[in-house]
Design a protein around this ligand. Structure first.
Ligand SMILES: NC(=O)c1ccc[n+]([C@@H]2O[C@H](COP(=O)([O-])OP(=O)(O)OC[C@H]3O[C@@H](n4cnc5c(N)ncnc54)[C@H](O)[C@@H]3O)[C@@H](O)[C@H]2O)c1
Length: 252
């Protein structure tokens, strides 16, 4: 064992979806601080947001490529991976959690269910389908999917709807399925199941923080560092792991 720090992304290329979201942007910054060579930043949000983040990262010496896409579309993922070039690691952060419709009596709810599944679950499938062969051909890679504490234990807020919870439980099962098939090709698939984190997604969600072990929800950086770690050589024996990063809210 050498004493060199293996939580180091020097020379690596990392692709992020949901890159301009709270966790995605924090992960991009964490990767930059760990010496990443190139960041491919994908998001369905405004092109200006992608460009602003890319500029910020370029000022830190990172080769940053912004790419607008909808992860729920198979072709968008194919175009994204083709534009990215060689990818050493990827973090699938893109996600939605609609709170407006009620599952019990809103007639539009079923349509929303399908959209949530398309973005949160089919999106990571599309991405993995593109990336695993490309990574395997280069001798390996690392893929990190962002699940949720909701997929572990049904959620921590009374207003979060079952489409989101089911999609994230599906992401966890997908990680296990993919890990078994990708590891023999040198590709490590892992995940993180965050507890509630301050972001646009949770801005209007009530949380009973006074009953939480740490008395607060998490910050995006508190997911970004574990995500960057899972992209690094220090995580070379992780495959099919889902890190529970939730401030002690769920200890399964
Ligand atoms: N915030 C939390 O409490 C929390 C908890 C557990 C898991 N997560 C998960 O973490 C991930 C990041 O969430 P966040 O908290 O940063 O939220 P966020 O809303 O800040 O970021 C989500 C990003 O995904 C992008 N996105 C949405 N649909 C897309 C699509 N179809 N194609 C491409 N990009 C799309 C959005 O534009 C946004 O930039 C999500 O998968 C979310 O489900 C969040």
């Amino acid at each position: 064992m050498t004493l060199k720090n293996a939580i180091d992304l020097t020379g690596r290329s990392v692709l992020l979806t949901g890159a301009t979201g709270a966790i995605g942007a924090a992960t991009a910054r964490a990767c930059a601080s760990l010496g990443v060579r190139k960041l491919v930043l994908a998001d369905a949000g405004p092109r200006d947001d992608l460009e602003a983040l890319s500029e910020e990262l370029r000022a830190l010496g990172v080769e940053a490529l912004g790419h607008q896409c909808d992860v729920s579309r198979r072709q968008d993922n194919a175009d994204l991976v083709a534009a990215a070039g060689e990818v050493d690691a990827a973090v699938a952060c893109a996600g939605i959690c609609p709170l407006e419709e009620d599952w019990a009596d809103d007639p539009d709810w079923d349509e929303v269910f399908h959209r949530v599944m398309d973005v949160n679950l089919l999106g990571p499938i599309h991405l993995a389908r593109e990336l695993i062969p490309q990574m395997a051909a280069r001798g390996g890679g690392q893929i990190v999917m962002i699940g949720s504490i909701g997929g572990r234990m049904g959620g921590t807020s009374p207003i979060v709807q079952p489409h989101y919870i089911a999609s994230k439980g599906g992401v966890h099962a997908l990680i296990w399925w993919l890990a078994q098939r990708a590891a023999p090709q040198g590709v490590l698939v892992n995940g993180i199941a965050p507890g509630p984190i301050a972001s646009a997604m949770t801005a209007t969600t009530p949380y009973p923080k006074d009953r939480y072990p740490l008395g607060r929800i998490g910050e995006p950086e508190e997911i970004a560092w574990p995500a960057a770690f899972l992209c690094s050589p220090a995580a070379s024996y992780f495959s099919g792991s889902i890190l529970d990063v939730n401030g002690g809210l769920f200890v399964g």
